[in-house]
Design a protein around this ligand. Structure first.
Ligand code: BTN
Length: 255
């Protein structure tokens, strides 16, 4: 058993594609509850109820993005899903940079960005199905060919796509293979050497390190300097007095 708790066989991806579904996270969760082993990957061409973090929806129009979820079986530690989110971020940023020629950066905890605009995101959900080993369902969405006119108004200022950012648009199937290969690489690294190498690479890819940010934690907005992440994947926020606050779960709002 490794630090995340999943077994080695998790890396034998079994990819299934569906045309339309509510959310690939829901499909993979249902399969986890039915006893499916780790390593299942379900991709959808479109989602009718794509989900993001904090109850937001994930805009998933037909054929203009890559939407998929991976099943990891775990050793039962919910706190490992934050690490998995960061690991997937590193894998996805590297894969997307290679496939598109864009410099894809990371914003804590789960955003994939180009020039400060979000082109993709990660949603990890922890499950404890009855009579089953626990699972983490890790969903990833990337906007590939979405145009300005396609985005809902409220997303226009903050969202972008590979096409809008001027990148080379990869074929979604090829991109999925590339991203899964990067996930496998970083997962093995994590199994052999722990979170440290993932963290180092995450910090290299973070696109707002050292900048002033506002972080929403529950109903409070905390202002400070983004000092990176610690060994548990927590955001290190340097407050105006110089003290460091370690944030486990929150939303970086201003950069
Ligand atoms: C976020 O940025 O808040 C996370 C977005 C995650 C979207 C992906 S698309 C595939 C998978 N299915 C979902 O419903 N959500 C994730």
């Amino acid at each position: 058993m490794n630090p995340i708790g999943a077994e080695e066989k998790t890396l034998d991806w079994r990819v299934e594609t569906v045309e339309v579904t509510s959310s690939t996270n829901d499909l993979v969760s249902a399969r986890a509850r039915a006893g499916e082993a780790g390593g299942l990957v379900i991709r959808a061409i479109s989602q009718t109820k794509g989900r993001g973090r904090r109850g937001r929806s994930w805009f998933s129009p037909h054929g203009s993005g890559l939407y998929f979820s991976i099943l990891f079986r775990t050793g039962g530690e919910a706190e490992n899903s934050p690490l998995l989110t960061l690991l997937l971020g590193v894998a996805a940023a590297e894969g997307l940079t290679e496939a598109t020629g864009l410099r894809v950066g990371l914003k804590w905890p789960n955003d994939l960005r180009v020039n400060g605009k979000k082109i993709g995101g990660i949603l990890c959900e922890y499950l404890e199905p009855p009579n089953q080993p626990p699972a983490i369902v890790a969903g990833l969405g990337v906007n590939l060919t979405t145009r300005e006119a396609d985005f809902p108004l409220e997303l226009l200022a903050s969202a972008s796509s590979v096409l809008l950012s001027g990148g080379e648009v990869p074929d979604a199937e090829g991109l999925l293979d590339l991203l899964l290969a990067r996930v496998a690489f970083w997962y093995k690294e994590y199994e052999s050497s722990g979170f440290e190498p993932v963290r180092d690479q995450w910090l290299r890819l973070c696109d707002n390190l050292g900048e002033m940010v506002s972080v929403r934690v529950a109903d409070e907005a905390l202002i400070g300097k983004n000092n990176g992440i610690d060994e548990a994947g927590r955001l290190l926020l340097e407050k105006p007095g110089g003290s460091i606050e370690r944030i486990t779960s929150g939303e970086v709002e201003l950069t």
